[in-house]
Write a protein that binds this ligand. Sequence first.
Ligand code: ATP
Ligand code: MG
Length: 250
Amino acid sequence: MKMMLCGKGGCGKSTVTSLLAKEYARQGKRVLVIDCDESNYGLHQQLGLELPKDFTDFVGGKQRIMMLAANGPMNMPPLFDGPMTFDDIPKEYLSENGNIMLMAPGKIHVANEGCACAFNIVMFQFLQFLQLGENDVVIMDMEAGIEHFGRGTGNSCDAVLMVVDPSYESLKLSEKISELCEQGGHPLYYVLNKVTEKNLPAMEAKIAHPEKIACRLPMQEELLDAGLSGDTLEGVYPEIRVLTETLKGI
Ligand SMILES: Nc1ncnc2c1ncn2[C@@H]1O[C@H](COP(=O)(O)OP(=O)(O)OP(=O)(O)O)[C@@H](O)[C@H]1O
Ligand SMILES: [Mg+2]
């Protein structure tokens, strides 16, 4: 299964990505986490992994991709020779720990280097070429907001998980993301995050489609602390296990 985690800035996409990856790994799945956020540098630490080399370099680098995409990303030649599996990804573009592999299409490294379009184009194509075995799971941690929906980066995903935090902006965005998923034909699941006894009723009342809520992850002090220190996330959360059970239905 290929899934994409999205939502507004700071809602908990990377945290939920890491917890899900670890849960799937405990269940014996092979997990490929794709760090699709060109701006943030915390996901690999949450996973306890090194940040790998930019995968975009494997297909010739940013400048080559932008030249090939001169007539639009949908009209460019294929970047890969044929179907890819996890085993075809060169090791130098992965960092690994047990069943979890991390890949990063690219980060912004220096001033004035240009936009992140190339990374999105590479991922759009890679996901189309990627063939999964029965035991394989792909989790994409997207950049904040909805630009990637406009680009179609995650068009080959089997499910979209929108992480919703207790804020007006998040709840408003739940409506728009539901609309975008409908247009793209993607099943949508909401993960309510930073939930407390007090905020849960308001979140459930204001979310666009309460029937799509698949997880209610409480506000946890240990997650907050790990977020400050940059520590690896080690905790086991029953809510995340239940989420994986729900996703089995796809
Ligand atoms: N359930 C939770 N309980 C407490 N703190 C949380 C919880 N989920 C996330 N956080 C904290 O919220 C902050 C933002 O989390 P995270 O980085 O995962 O969000 P994000 O959506 O990936 O952000 P960005 O848009 O910047 O990529 C972090 O400090 C994290 O530790
Ligand atoms: Mg993040």
